[in-house]
Ligand binder design. Structure first.
Ligand code: DGY
Length: 424
């Protein structure tokens, strides 16, 4: 790759800028995505603080009245993407999808405040009520029985769309017989072997159809919808984000929500115990209705460090799993255990390595004292990008770059890592 890596990363963020919001990559994802945007803000913050805040502020303009921050914001109707606004029928302005995505926003706002000055604090103060409302939405709408465990109503809500974690929940969905002859657009831009299967798409669309036929009534969908799975990723990311929100409230001198946030954290910590699958001695996804566990180790399980969710014994066990996995995978951290029969090194979330997951996993491991593992993950992330480019994801065995190219969040993570290493 010619030119400096940092300059290349900045130019990717700038070229994916659509006027205040950033698309994950052109063509494949031509709208604003929730957690992609949050990571874009983290990248922008390394060279343009105002632009970083605009990204977050514009995202929150699409927040629903009930507090939900949707996973896609459709500001136009772009034929390059399916399912678009007419399929979702959110009935909102702007049109959006009907569920959320991993709530990394509060953590990113907190990180901007920590590295910033008075003006960052004031931008965070304005956003704070929306962040609090968003977290409250997750704790209420996605935890209908008040157990402390958060469920997802669509695999896309986890951000890990086709992870084997959802195979059992997806198998239980009866595919709607009136989906019609829809035309996927994603495979126009990316090799079908690197994307979810057609059968998975039938089920994704069936879930959307259920949501829109129930007017996106979130309580009802969570209670009665065809899919409700507790994702270690969402639970750990929300737990971390609650902690960061609490710190932010403290810095802003906001006292009246302190008890509420503390009770969310305490409840989540307790509830996460039920995600420890004793058969594999690891955290795993779990069907919230049948109690059935997923049987493999995903990269989301490694976010327990980031959440500060585990005991010392569990951290040791997770670290041992990580070391074993990284003896097989040359490039940390595979989204699915390469020793498992459902591992597929090239297919989206069934094996490939993702820079954003690496960033969160390594941050958590370093915080919990697993410095060698954290360093290995950082090094591998940089090496993957330097060797294969700013791809959406990477083959953890060969290092091949996969999925969309010139990808916003990969560029953002390069910028963040570059600030703490010798990348030029
Ligand atoms: C897609 O279209 O593949 C997205 O990941 C859904 O969020």
């Amino acid at each position: 790759m010619s030119g400096s890596f940092k300059e290349k990363a900045k130019s990717i963020l700038k070229s994916n800028d659509r006027g205040g919001f950033t698309v994950p990559t052109s063509n494949l994802y031509p709208y604003q995505w929730n957690w992609d945007s949050a990571f874009a803000a983290l990248g922008f913050a390394t060279f343009d603080r105002n632009r970083a805040w605009c990204e977050l502020e514009l995202l929150f303009e699409a927040q629903w009245e009930d507090g939900m921050l949707p996973h896609i914001v459709f500001r136009n109707d772009d034929p390059r993407y399916f399912p678009g606004p007419s399929f979702w029928q959110s009935g909102t302005t702007p049109p959006t999808s009907g569920h959320s995505q991993p709530p990394v926003t509060a953590s990113i706002v907190w990180s901007l405040v920590q590295s910033g000055d008075h003006s960052d604090l004031e931008r965070a103060r304005k956003l704070f009520p929306s962040l609090l409302k968003f977290h409250n939405w997750f704790h209420c709408a996605r935890d209908p029985d008040g157990t402390g465990l958060i469920g997802i109503i669509h695999p896309w809500e986890s951000g890990r769309d086709n992870s084997p974690d959802w195979d059992f929940g997806m198998a239980g969905i009866e595919v709607a017989d009136d989906l019609g002859d829809y035309k996927r657009q994603d495979t126009n831009f990316v090799d079908a072997e690197e994307r979810p299967t057609s059968d998975q798409y039938d089920r994704y669309l069936t879930l959307i159809k259920f949501g829109r036929e129930h007017n996106w009534d979130q309580q009802l969908i969570t209670k009665k919808g065809p899919f409700l799975v507790a994702d270690p990723g969402i639970n750990f990311i929300l737990m971390r984000a609650d902690r960061d929100l609490l710190q932010l409230a403290g810095r802003l001198g906001i006292e009246d929500c302190k008890e509420t946030i503390e009770s969310w954290i305490a409840k989540s910590r307790e509830a996460c115990r039920s995600l420890w699958n004793p058969d594999i001695e690891c955290y795993a996804a779990r069907d919230m209705r049948s109690g059935q566990f997923s049987e493999g180790i995903s990269s989301a399980a490694m976010l327990a460090f980031y959440a500060d969710a585990g005991s010392e014994r569990e951290y040791e066990k997770l670290a041992r799993h990580a070391e074993e996995i990284l003896q097989i995978a040359k490039y940390a951290f595979p989204s699915w255990d390469p020793r498992h029969d459902r591992f597929d090194s090239r297919r989206y979330w069934r094996g490939p390595t993702w820079a954003i997951m690496n960033y969160m996993i390594a941050e958590g491991m370093a915080e919990q004292g697993f410095d060698d593992l954290a360093a290995r993950i950082h090094q591998d992330t940089l090496q993957l990008i330097q060797t294969s480019g700013f791809c959406e994801y990477f083959d953890p065995i060969t290092g091949d770059g996969l999925g969309g190219q010139l990808f916003t969040w990969t560029a953002a993570i390069l910028l963040v890592l570059a600030d703490s290493s010798s990348v030029k």
